[in-house]
Design a binder for this molecule. Structure first.
Ligand SMILES: Nc1ncnc2c1ncn2[C@@H]1O[C@H](COP(=O)(O)OP(=O)(O)OP(=O)(O)O)[C@@H](O)[C@H]1O
Length: 606
């Protein structure tokens, strides 16, 4: 499912309680404190219900008999009860303060781990803002609900229940009036649940869309500015924000609706009970003290009754947040480790595509497979350039080697072992990739380059040696000029570096991983001709001992290779030396002629 507002809202297959129970594994460690918090809140509620009992005895006793001596003990009891109630409320707050944060942190870690584990195909489909809003605002909702929503909901419902029993105890006739008056409330509560859940879901999805819009515009700020599209982007954002505002208003109206009933019902009930109570007191079936206690109890119940609307809406928001979270957590991962992974102790780097097929999930049924039976063998230490027209599937083919995507037919093997038979961790140790779009993390140059060598994370002479060697081969000499050399933090995604600098660091990262197979997806595209020539000279040294599959968009990259494979209509239609293919293959000549301007020179040199 593409989780944007354009997608249909998922029907709520589970009830609210069953949905909420799904977070039990994370909540379990926090349950003792939550229950203690509930206990304290319940005790506070019961104490507040006990105060009218003392008041009744005060009114019917010393106040009507005029025995002033008994007033003080009763006043002290009320004072003690009041203090006790305050202490229980403080205890509730203290108990429930931390469990929500623990649960939120644990769930966020699980979500992050799941996002890391899910394949690239999942991330292709999901907007980043939708994932961001799940990781931040949805989890925040769950924390707040655990901190006081659930506690107050349970306790206030219990207080209301006990309160009704007490009301009946003081006067069953007035209690009955109160109960009958509340019936519309229960009906409205049911209608509210149906309506509110839909709007809450829409609102949370729209928040995700909005987060995506912010993320995209921040990410693409240069393009937007360069093309003067800031105004257009703002208008689009404003429209989305307006949609969200509309939904929030709908939500507020739904809450206002139930709030109206929650305020109206006690008022009407109070008025009817006052009339009935005065009449009952005048006929002598009720003492003034009992009438007083009845109203004191009803007043105690006002807050729990009024709070139910807010607590219910919060509960339904939380249910929606949990639904949204589990849409990610339930996502099956087709690219997993085998149950009993094989290992390759000393990989020689023989990479073979055996009748490999691949099609993207959203590819229309009438289209043939993008990769329609790829047969290609890379011998240990060989450098193979992959050449084809734009969109022919070169990047996709390279992604199959490290299982960023799995073949939909055939196999890819490393040293004769199907890559699916290895653990992903081992596979990605043996095969390293550098992409044209070089992503760097917000960390030091050193950490970025040594990303594939966790054993060197603690530093030391070996780490320094590997780092220096990789930077040297990738011609990343600019690192020495950075304010703190290799310890300089590169900005968010390395934006503070130029495209060519980022590419060289990404290349250094792949080299430092010391893999048996290097997969390079046009890793030199952002370099100027001089730097490219120097990087190529360095790469030749590495490539002499490493198997490499290099996607080439430039003749100079092709020149690095021992052999070239031509990708055409989903198949490798020719494999050979650059000069042989130039001489013998029309399509190869056509592809090469579509390369950059400098190809004529290279052709001549070749
Ligand atoms: N994540 C994806 N989901 C669906 N289709 C995709 C996805 N990635 C690529 N494609 C499609 O697959 C085809 C091959 O894309 P790919 O990037 O592998 O080609 P390429 O040969 O590397 O192109 P280029 O030379 O322009 O980099 C394209 O038609 C592209 O639209």
């Amino acid at each position: 499912m593409s989780p944007s507002t354009t997608s249909p809202v998922r029907p709520h297959v589970r009830g609210t309680a069953r949905t909420i129970l799904r977070i039990l594994p994370w909540v379990r460690p926090a349950l003792p404190r939550i229950f203690l918090g509930m206990g304290a809140a319940l005790a506070a509620g019961l104490v507040s219900l006990a105060i009218p009992v003392v008041l009744q005895s005060l009114v019917d006793g010393p106040l009507s008999s005029g025995d002033g001596g008994q007033i003080w003990p009763a006043a002290v009891i009320v004072l003690v009860l009041g203090a006790l109630e305050a202490a229980f409320i403080a205890a509730r707050r203290w108990f429930v303060l931390t469990p929500g944060t623990h649960v939120e942190a644990a769930m966020r870690n699980s979500l992050y781990a799941k996002l890391q584990d899910l394949p690239v195909a999942f991330h292709d489909r999901w907007q980043s803002g939708q994932l961001l809003s799940r990781a931040m605002s949805d989890l925040g909702l769950i924390r707040r609900w655990l901190a006081f929503g659930i506690v107050l909901l349970v306790v206030n419902l219990a207080t209301i229940l006990v309160g009704f029993v007490v009301l009946f105890f003081w006067s069953w006739q007035l209690g009955l009036v109160f109960l009958l008056c509340s019936i519309p409330l229960w009906i409205y509560g049911y209608v509210f649940e149906q309506k509110y859940s839909v709007v809450a879901r829409r609102s949370q999805d729209q928040q995700g869309d909005l987060a995506t819009a912010v993320e995209e515009s921040v990410h693409g700020i240069r393009v937007l500015k360069a093309f003067g599209r800031g105004k257009y982007s703002l208008e689009k954002f404003t429209r989305q924000a307006e949609d969200l505002r509309g939904t929030e208003i709908e939500k507020a109206q739904a809450i206002a609706g139930i709030w109206l009933w929650l305020l109206l019902v006690p008022d009407v009930a109070f008025a009817l009970c006052l009339l009935g109570g005065v009449w009952l007191a005048s006929t002598g079936s009720l003492t003034v003290g009992q009438l007083f206690a009845f109203f004191a109890t009803a007043t105690v119940l006002r807050f729990p009754i009024e709070s139910i609307g807010f607590l219910l809406s919060m509960t339904f928001d939380t249910r929606t947040a949990i639904d949204r979270l589990f849409e990610v957590l339930d996502e099956p991962n087709p690219i997993t480790d085998p149950e009993h992974p094989q290992t390759i102790a000393q990989p020689s780097g023989r990479l073979v595509f055996e009748g490999a097929h691949f099609r993207y999930q959203d590819s229309p049924a009438q289209f043939p497979d993008l990769l329609d039976g790829i047969d290609l063998e890379l011998e240990p230490g060989e450098t193979m350039a992959l050449v084809g027209l734009t969109g022919s599937g070169k990047t996709t083919l390279t992604a199959l080697a490290t299982r960023l995507y799995d073949v939909t037919g055939g196999a890819v093997t490393l040293d004769g072992v199907d890559v699916r038979a290895l653990s992903r961790e081992e596979l990605r140790r043996h095969i390293a990739m550098a992409f044209e779009d070089a992503t760097l993390f917000s960390a030091s140059v050193r950490d970025n380059v040594l990303l594939g060598r966790p054993e060197l994370a603690d530093g030391g002479p070996e780490a320094d040696r590997v780092l220096a060697e990789a930077l040297e081969i990738a011609q990343a000499d600019f690192v020495a000029e950075l304010p703190n050399g290799a310890d300089t933090r590169v900005g968010e995604e390395g934006l503070s570096l130029s495209g060519g600098q980022r590419q060289r660091l990404a290349l250094a990262r792949a080299i430092a991983a010391r893999p048996a197979v290097l997969v390079l997806d046009d890793p030199l595209s952002a370099l100027d001709v001089d730097t490219e020539a120097r990087v190529e000279a360095g790469l030749r040294r590495v490539l002499a001992t490493t198997t490499a599959l290099v996607v080439a968009h430039r003749p100079s990259t092709v020149m690095l290779a021992d052999r070239v494979a031509l990708l055409e209509n989903g198949r490798v239609t020719a494999v050979g030396r650059h000069s042989e293919l130039l001489a013998s293959n029309d399509h190869y000549r056509f592809v090469i002629s579509s390369f950059d301007d400098d190809n004529t020179e290279i052709e001549v040199n070749a």
